[in-house]
Design a protein around this ligand. Structure first.
Ligand SMILES: *Cc1c(COP(=O)(O)O)cnc(C)c1O
Length: 382
């Protein structure tokens, strides 16, 4: 995965740092163009996965829009050169100030998650003399078969509204003069590898569409969200996710009405594989049944293992010795600060470099200053 010149470059840099392979990002976006954009689908990059300007620039050049979940993300997208007409704004708890940012730029869609939010949006739009386009986020009660913290489409989750509340929405709408309901929105979770949940989602969308038609509401936008997963175990076997199969699910199963646009909001599957966290071994110590490799990166740089029990592949970059058993851990004062337990790796010594792979999404952006550690930096392949 990393050529000798790149590893030499790593040796001259202060660790830990995130390394982004921008060529792989371009290749990934190329597949999205071929199998998604070129078929007329609209794809919004979920900026929360990674908001670095270098990444945003390449995403913009590929012709994608942006999916935001905060007012600052809207500002960042505008700063990175995206047009307001390409920006959707989701989120279960938008503040008045954040809604006003969206109104100011006249973004393409507010993806609203409750009836109360729609009412507040209408009031704020009236106050500022604006008109807002709304997609209502519906909770399809589809099991995404992923980690429970990143499952979002079940009735028990806080996201969206239950379709059985739609009659209330239909009653409200004529009174709300400063909004137009232009679409429906869904997002069932993240790191979804099995395509069946997306097939189930399509079926739910088709049934919900019937309800809108029965109420003479014509929807322009069907937004099916994101959540497509990546191969964390063997990233080199699948550096670019299989977007052909992903988009085909929607070709085959979604019943699209004339003139309707279909939107996607992909985050992880776009940027996940292009990023690695590069770290140095500080110390090796023998445990009872394993050896501990203590890295200079920890949960402050990459929290996914501690938060979601995520297993990122750890690739030694500077050792070719016979293998030993390791727990690969960080320096933070918590036992959850562990990247991997009991894995076989070429023998590591103090000063060896390792790459923690598939860390481009929800890695650097979730880093923290816990323990007053320095904020982790980004390095690019070009
Ligand atoms: C986070 C998020 C996404 C992107 O999810 P991925 O799993 O990274 O593709 C899309 N839509 C909404 C509303 C989100 O909150």
């Amino acid at each position: 995965m990393f050529d000798p010149a790149t590893i030499d470059r790593f040796k001259s840099l202060k660790t830990p740092f995130y390394y982004y392979d921008l060529n792989l990002l371009r290749q990934t976006l190329g597949e999205i163009k071929t199998h998604g954009l070129d078929k007329g689908y609209h794809v919004h990059y979920a900026i929360k996965a990674n908001f670095n300007f270098r990444i945003l620039e390449i995403v913009r050049e590929a012709g994608l829009g942006i999916d935001c979940v905060s007012g600052n993300e809207i500002e960042r997208a505008i700063e990175a050169g995206f047009k307001p007409s390409q920006i959707a704004f989701a989120g279960v708890g938008k503040t008045d100030e954040e809604i006003e940012i969206g109104l100011k730029y006249e973004i393409y869609s507010f993806n609203c998650e409750s009836l109360q939010e729609i009412d507040v949006l209408n009031q704020l739009a009236e106050k500022s003399g604006k008109h807002a386009n709304v997609s209502i986020r519906l909770n399809p009660n589809v099991e995404a078969k992923t980690h429970k913290y990143i499952t979002t489409g079940l009735t028990e989750n806080k996201f969206g509204i239950n379709p059985d509340k739609l009659p209330l929405l239909f009653e409200m709408l004529p009174k709300l003069k400063n909004i137009s309901l232009t679409g429906i929105h869904f997002h069932i979770g993240s790191q979804i590898i099995d395509l069946q949940p997306f097939i189930d989602l399509c079926e739910k969308v088709n049934r919900v569409q019937d309800l809108f038609e029965q109420n003479d509401i014509l929807l322009q936008h069907i937004n099916v969200g994101g959540g497509y997963g990546i191969n964390y175990e063997t990233p080199d076997e699948e550096p670019v996710p299989d977007f052909k199969s992903f988009f085909e699910v929607f070709d085959r199963n979604l019943e699209i009405r004339d003139g309707q646009q279909v939107h996607f909001e992909l985050g992880r599957s776009i940027v996940g594989q292009c990023g690695s966290l590069i770290s140095k071994v500080l110390f090796i110590k023998e445990g009872l049944n394993t050896n501990f490799a203590v890295l200079d990166a920890g949960m402050t740089e990459l929290i996914r293992p501690a938060l979601y029990q995520a297993a990122h592949r750890v690739d030694p970059l500077t050792s070719t010795l016979p293998e030993k058993t390791y727990d690969v851990v960080g320096p933070i004062c918590e036992s959850s600060d562990t990247f991997r337990k009991g894995i076989q790796l070429p023998e590591l010594k103090r000063g060896d470099l390792v790459a923690i792979r598939s860390a481009g999404a929800y890695g650097e952006v979730m880093s923290s200053g816990f323990n007053l550690r320095e904020r982790v930096k980004a390095v690019y392949s070009e």
